[in-house]
Design a protein around this ligand. Sequence first.
Ligand SMILES: Nc1ncnc2c1ncn2[C@@H]1O[C@H](COP(=O)(O)OP(=O)(O)OP(=O)(O)O)[C@@H](O)[C@H]1O
Ligand SMILES: [Mg+2]
Length: 377
Amino acid sequence: MSARPEVRLVGCSEAIRSIETDIECAARSDAKVLITGETGVGKEVVARLLHQRSHRASNPLVTVNCAGVPDSLLESELFGHTRGSFTGAYRDKAGLLEQAQNGTVFLDEVGEMSMRMQVVLLRFLETGEIQRIGADRSHTRVNVRLVTATNRELQTQIASGAFREDLYFRLNVIRLSLPPLRERVEDIPLLVEYFLDTCSRQHRVSTPRVAPAAMDVLMLHAWPGNVRELKNVIERLVLKANGQVISPSELPADVRRLGPPSSAAEAPAGASAVQKRPVAEELATRMLEHRESFWAVVYPEFMARDLTREDLRKIVQIGLENTSGNYRLLTRLFGMPDEDYKRFLSFLRKHECHLPFKNFRVARVSTTPTRSTAATS
Ligand SMILES: Nc1ncnc2c1ncn2[C@@H]1O[C@H](COP(=O)(O)OP(=O)(O)OP(=O)(O)O)[C@@H](O)[C@H]1O
Ligand SMILES: [Mg+2]
């Protein structure tokens, strides 16, 4: 009767395409599935798709969040209770496992389960029997498919004694791992379009457009809250933009700011364009000599249009001369962590500032960059 909200796993990255294939494959069996990934990456989306595409789709999908629920409550939620088994238990009540008969049970944040509940779950997985709280024997058996999710490193928890290894092996039959959004930046434009569209329909406002420069900023943000954070940002923009074009300055400050706050990031466009001519050398020196980050030193200036493409190319040139054309070393040399390598390259390519490394290759390639030649002709 009630319209089920549409579930979609939007994305074109290799990771999303391979998860799609894995979901199709997992949906054909009843094997237990463990979904892992940082907060907000889409674990629940995957669990719902898995259920919808399985032969259990016409039966219930029951979701239970294990985080922050006291043991007694979680146990009674899952297994049910008998009348009089505790204060307030006025009648017999079936648990969620029973309610999900022939369907799927999705145990979210399973890494948060207490040791005692882990034992209870393990017993259930071994027998399939339901013993309601207060009952002295098993009440029934159920046929459910178990899907679990966690954003914790269960291996680490096993090592520290917080998670049972035998339970882990039982849950981890099929593993679906969702990488963080910053590792699949090519999904960002599609997700932005998708949320612009769905949020504006939901709030009945006209759909705004994101300017290319603003999209660049969105693609360079690290998204610690992953897709959930992106969705929230877009929803706020949709409500504020009123169908207009969204420019970089309209994005939230924490999305715009990639490194430590820089006054240049807030400078009005073109304000200091003239006085900054040998700017490429100056900025390169700040990174090479003073270990400041590219994201803090160059990026905001470029986005505020205080730096031209020519300047940026010059900066890259200076850097590559120091690393003999090695872009990985250049990432480090420009004060960025190794994980930023792809973001850095996609930023340069997008703005046509990616110089061919071959021009900088010399006969003897040094692996330790020399930092003394910031100002070259
Ligand atoms: N690939 C995607 N396509 C469309 N929407 C997505 C995608 N990934 C996530 N979302 C949306 O982002 C939000 C967060 O996703 P979800 O709840 O599945 O994350 P999660 O991994 O379960 O997070 P948590 O660990 O915090 O529970 C939801 O609104 C979901 O619909
Ligand atoms: Mg979740």
